[in-house]
Design a binder for this molecule. Structure first.
Ligand SMILES: O=C(O)CCC(=O)C(=O)O
Ligand SMILES: [Fe+2]
Length: 202
């Protein structure tokens, strides 16, 4: 019997045709594609349930504080918790590789339980993002939250709403010439962010 191509046909990989680019200053840019991830509801539920979420504590001056969100990172070669995420990573690599020069290999996951969870202003500059152009591709699931961006040299901040299933890619010099944050809000339900990154970008 030949089941191939019928019962086991894979759902389509995400479309990458409808990505819109906004150039920022100093060689930074962001790409946005709305409702980009197929099966977003199911992926969200799977991630809430199956990711080994951990709270992180961080040394701040003389005390340890809770990082206000839950985290887990899938490293190089780690199986992802939902096949739609593996397809998404493949589609992102196929689309961006000519410009990026390498694949997306890690998937950092953040769980913002409510509006009090947040991430402060920062650039992803622990690795190569400190000195080189790179990309961080964010797939957002659950309640919408705002990604705020501001130039490091000063000046007005901008913000992008990240809705359920949306793709937002920070590229070019964005990690070293701009900073980003997910500010606290008065009311929000759970949101999960999956950030695909190339090797040695954190
Ligand atoms: O929540 C997000 O989508 C952004 C998270 C972020 O900037 C980071 O973890 O480096
Ligand atoms: Fe970041």
């Amino acid at each position: 019997m030949d089941f191939q191509g019928t019962l086991f046909e894979a759902p389509p990989a995400p479309e990458v045709g409808s990505i819109e680019r906004t150039p920022l200053t100093r060689g930074a840019w962001i790409d946005v594609a709305r409702s980009w991830l197929p099966e977003a509801d199911e992926v969200f539920e799977t991630l809430v349930r199956d990711v080994p979420w951990r709270a992180e504590r961080r040394q701040m001056y003389d005390r340890e504080v809770d990082v206000p969100r839950l985290l887990h990172t899938y490293g190089v070669g780690d199986p992802l918790p939902h096949p739609a995420l593996a397809r998404a990573r493949g589609a992102l690599t196929a689309h961006y590789r000519p410009e990026l020069g390498e694949p997306f290999v890690t998937a950092g996951c953040c769980y913002y339980r409510d509006g009090r969870d947040s991430v402060a202003w920062h650039g992803d500059t622990i690795g190569r993002g400190k000195t080189q152009d790179t990309m961080v591709a964010i797939v957002s699931l659950g309640d919408p939250r705002r990604l705020a961006l501001r130039p490091r040299v000063g000046g007005a901040s901008i913000s992008v709403e990240m809705g359920h299933g949306d793709l937002v890619v920070m590229g070019g010099s964005c990690q070293r010439t701009w900073e980003h944050a997910v500010p606290k809000v008065a009311h929000a339900g759970p949101r999960i962010s999956v950030q695909f990154r190339p090797l040695n970008v954190f």
